[in-house]
Design a protein around this ligand. Structure first.
Ligand SMILES: Cc1cc2nc3c(=O)[nH]c(=O)nc-3n(C[C@H](O)[C@H](O)[C@H](O)COP(=O)(O)OP(=O)(O)OC[C@H]3O[C@@H](n4cnc5c(N)ncnc54)[C@H](O)[C@@H]3O)c2cc1C
Length: 447
């Protein structure tokens, strides 16, 4: 443990998502006192999807203890997959499945959200059932978090890692904290095929790391493996299905607004290449089940639902997601006593796969400065100001780029000129800034 010049220094982390947990791991590793609070009652209640991290991979050993770094392969969507030093992000033509662009991604790994959260939570004492109610600043150098269960916690710095709809952000910025919704419809769920032949067929046609499917008609469809509990039993595999489209493309003209039925989705994807087309066709044949984020015909929420009931499977309702962004702008951080990280600080769309990468980068930036603060090198207000200055610039640029990507990838002509086509998955600042270019060049060489 490093010598501390601030013996009573304590960090309050609100939100035990990936960013909050990584900061907790980093602070723990460097002997800095913290406590972490989560509004949900257990980690298992979070939704599951796959994420690719790549340019941020090198920061993980700095934040995690060695034994967790060694276990990172376990949280891949397919834990049996031997990851390549350089994975490839592939952009495919939705009509015929041909690769339009292949972007090398050194250090890239595709991980399951639930699995990686579970790993990052190891050894961390998360206080569940703690939903933030308010923040106050009763004295200099002091911040107090009050939770809806009545708990009151004192600290020196409060970090809001409470996601895209952040309550901490609302407390700092009021109405300016509201995310903006983009004009796109989205479904994001996982499916498992009981017929092993279907699962094998679908898997054989999907790229492992990132399969960024764009259809010339102006539609986006990402499908990848989500989990492989038993490699020899294809009926146990699950697949992530994430589709976005502009409202004017909605197939059901009588009911174009969400929620959408399986029939709507089948109609939307009938001219997609194989196996994405079949993946939707086979969903309603009573041999498939949706394993996450499911709403039944009566709108009740469930995490697992079978279609082998008397109900018409095609009328099953799939829950909708919003495609929203929040572009960071400076806030009053109360002399370095409150700050934001992850989606709370820069809510971006997923179409360029940058949210988690930026969470990991934020965690590194915050932990580095907290170490310097407890070592007496820098005041807390300067440490937080320094972090925010780097993050606000990077975060705002990334959110804007993500918006551009999301809007451009729903029009074939503009898609050709979109950030993914021009700069792949590189952080936007990498293509502008010499230091970043150096880091990326080193990573590529090491890989
Ligand atoms: C379909 C999809 C695909 C994606 N793919 C990629 C990808 O390939 N690559 C990539 O880099 N990124 C990707 N992302 C983005 C990535 O998932 C997010 O950026 C990342 O998970 C955000 O983590 P977070 O910890 O900031 O927020 P969250 O995961 O939202 O965690 C916030 C936590 O705070 C808790 N909380 C909320 N409010 C309160 C409160 N008031 N009090 C206490 N706790 C609270 C929540 O319950 C939650 O546990 C994708 C996102 C989606 C939706």
């Amino acid at each position: 443990m490093p010598p501390s010049h601030c013996d009573n220094f304590h960090v309050i982390i609100v939100g035990a998502g990936l960013c909050g947990l990584l900061i907790a791991q980093g602070l723990k590793k460097h002997g800095i006192s913290f406590s972490i609070y989560e509004k949900e009652s257990t980690a298992g209640r979070s939704r599951d999807w796959g994420m690719a991290y790549f340019w941020s991979a090198d920061y993980l050993p700095y934040l995690l203890p060695e034994h967790l770094v060694e276990r990172l392969p376990e949280v891949q969507v397919d834990p049996f997959y031997k990851a390549q030093p350089v994975e490839s992000m592939t952009v495919t033509n939705g009509l015929d499945g041909s690769a339009i662009k292949v972007v090398p991604s050194p250090g890239g790994r595709r991980v399951g959200r639930k699995a990686i959260r579970k790993l990052f939570a190891e050894g961390i004492d998360i206080k569940y059932d703690h939903k933030l109610a308010s923040i106050s600043y009763p004295a200099k150098d002091n911040v107090v978090a009050t939770f809806t269960n009545g708990a009151i916690v004192n600290g020196n710095l409060l970090i809001g890692s409470d996601g895209g709809g952040s309550a901490v952000r609302r407390s700092l910025l009021g109405p300016l904290a509201e995310p903006n919704r983009l004009p796109l419809y989205m479904v994001n769920f996982n499916a498992r095929y009981r017929n092993p032949k279907h699962a094998v067929f679908i898997r054989s046609g999907l790229r492992h790391f990132v399969d960024h499917g764009v259809h010339p008609k102006g539609m986006f469809f990402l499908m990848t493996l989500q989990s492989v509990p038993d490699p020899k039993k294809p009926e146990t595999w699950s697949f992530q299905i994430t589709i976005t489209w502009p409202p004017e493309m909605s197939p059901n003209k009588d009911s174009p607004e969400p929620p959408h039925t399986l029939k709507d989705l089948q109609e939307l994807t009938k001219d997609w290449h194989s196996p994405k087309r079949e993946a939707l066709q086979w969903l309603g044949d009573a041999e498939a089940i949706v394993t996450d984020g499911f709403f039944g015909q009566n709108g009740e929420h469930s995490t697992t639902a079978g279609f082998d009931t008397d109900a018409d499977p095609w009328q099953v309702v799939i829950p909708s997601d919003r495609v929203s962004v929040w572009i960071p702008e400076p806030w009053d951080n109360h002399d370095g006593r409150t700050t934001l990280v992850g989606d709370a600080a820069h809510a971006m769309t997923f179409h360029r796969g940058q949210g988690l990468n930026n969470c990991i980068r934020d965690a590194r930036e915050v932990v580095t400065r907290m170490i310097r603060h407890v070592d007496g090198e820098i005041s807390l207000s300067d440490a937080v100001a320094e972090y925010e200055s780097e993050m606000l610039d990077r975060g705002a640029a990334e959110v804007r780029t993500s918006m551009e990507q999301s809007l451009k990838c729903h029009n074939w002509d503009t898609f050709q000129d979109s950030p993914v086509m021009k700069i792949g998955g590189n952080p936007i600042r990498a293509v502008e800034n010499e230091d970043w270019k150096k880091i990326l060049a080193e990573q590529a060489q090491a890989a």
